[in-house]
Design a protein around this ligand. Structure first.
Ligand code: NG1
Length: 418
């Protein structure tokens, strides 16, 4: 067995202890050093929640926290992937289409997902040995799952010699992640794959388009954890998938009610409907065609899409107050119309605002997980302090409750020789 530090990264003076440990675990498990390191960041979504799967825009940024995979290709079809965290048991399987799923909620499904997808699309039959490490909290709305899918996905493209552009690969990874049972949109895979450092990204869908917008140097993006996990492979999955079905149903009613089918066809998308009716026209058409839950879902989606457009302008012009007000509107809509907030998320948002944040909202799917708050350089200390001292997590929150950090807008996924 190799001693500690026997397989460090090749860069001179690379003293990152997490990487040294990763190399050691790889050497102990598989013998010898890995050949490459892939990495993919998590993300925090600034605004545009539950819009991506309706083909409407989002405005996230990639985080400094990420998933890393140390790996080496194999000459056969076997895949063996371990995790430095004892919480996640190793997985082993053979590459090919139709890979048998692990139990629902098992992390191995996020490893299998890109192999299954790339095998089906490109006939890939090449395995690898890999070890995963991550400093992203799990099931917290920061896309640890998509970061894992992306980091494994780019490792597999590298060992297989597949040359795919970042947008194409992001689209494929979004499809791949549906292997896990969540009918997610494509925001997380896109921003994790192709973000620019220092920037947020406006993403539009069908087809996927990305535009980087610089984050003003005095803005501080604060992320804080409720401590309540929102396992999208578990209890939140059905609630998430139900929202998606409700949005489809609501759109179909609106389209039928205003007679758009005759011109646009019954499979009209949200963007096409908004192009035809405009935001106010769409809201009026929703009021006329819908009531109860479907009206609330529809209203959230349409108003949130409008907030993304407005937030993009506020970001580009450095209008922190305006951006913050839109975040508050987003949170209220997610709580009241979309039904995805929780007492803990509401409490944490309130703390951030009391601490002087320009705005705050739940981020990601909701049902627990994290909030995002906007502060500027001279208010950030007060916001962090209010979160750390003022948040009373309640009985269901775990050890990460009240943990907060300032997010650094980071670059998308990459791969390099070990
Ligand atoms: P998180 O918070 O990572 O579970 C999910 C979806 C996104 C998006 C948001 C809600 C996946 C992988 N992610 O994010 O596509 O729909 O919810 O805006 O399904």
């Amino acid at each position: 067995m190799a001693g500690p530090g026997a397989y460090p990264g090749v860069r001179d003076g690379d003293a990152d202890p997490a990487l040294v440990h990763l190399g050691d675990v790889f050497g102990e498990r598989f013998g010898g050093p890995p050949s490459h390191l892939s990495r993919a960041p998590g993300r925090v979504n600034l605004i545009g929640e539950h819009t991506d799967y309706n083909d409407l825009p989002v405005l996230p940024m990639a985080l400094q926290r990420e998933v890393k995979v140390a790996y080496r290709g194999r000459d056969d079809e076997v895949v063996r992937v371990a995790n430095v965290s004892g919480e996640f048991a190793p997985v082993e399987f053979r590459v090919g289409p139709g890979i048998e799923r692990s139990a629902p909620g098992h992390w191995g499904n996020y490893v299998k997902a890109p192999f299954d997808e790339l095998a089906r699309r490109f006939g890939i039959r090449k395995g690898l040995d890999g070890v995963v490490t991550s400093d992203l909290p799990v099931a917290s709305g920061l896309s640890s799952s998509s970061a894992l899918v992306n980091a494994v996905g780019i490792a597999l493209t590298q060992v297989s010699g597949l040359a795919l552009g970042p947008l194409e690969l992001a689209d494929i990874m979004a499809e791949a992640e549906r292997y896990t049972g969540t009918r997610g949109g494509g925001m997380d895979q896109a921003v994790s794959m192709a973000a620019d450092s220092g920037h947020a990204t406006r993403i539009d869908f069908a087809p996927l388009r990305m535009r980087s917008i610089a984050i003003p140097s005095e803005w501080r993006i604060v992320v804080a954890d409720t401590g309540v996990r929102a396992e999208k492979s578990g209890r939140a999955q059905e609630a998430y998938n139900a929202r998606r079905r409700e949005c489809e149903e609501a759109l179909a009613h609106v389209v039928a009610n205003v007679g758009l089918e005759r011109s646009g066809g019954s499979d009209m998308t949200y963007p096409a409907m908004l192009d035809t009716l405009g935001f106010d026209g769409a809201l009026a058409a929703g009021e006329a065609a819908l009531d109860g839950k479907l009206l609330r879902r529809f209203r959230h989606v349409v108003t949130e899409a409008r907030r993304v457009d407005q937030a993009e302008v506020a970001l580009s012009t450095g209008d922190a107050e305006g951006f913050g007000a839109l975040m508050i509107g987003s949170h209220d809509s997610l709580r009241d119309d979309y039904g995805v907030s929780s007492p803990e998320l509401d409490a944490l948002v309130a703390c951030a605002r009391e601490g002087g944040a320009a705005g705050a909202r739940l981020t990601g799917a909701g049902f627990g997980g994290c909030i995002v708050a906007l502060a500027v350089s001279d208010t950030v200390a007060g916001v962090l302090d209010a979160i750390r001292t003022g948040y009373d997590p309640g009985p269901v929150a775990g050890p990460t409750a009240g943990q907060a950090f300032v997010a650094v807008p980071s670059r998308g996924a990459s791969v390099r020789p070990w």
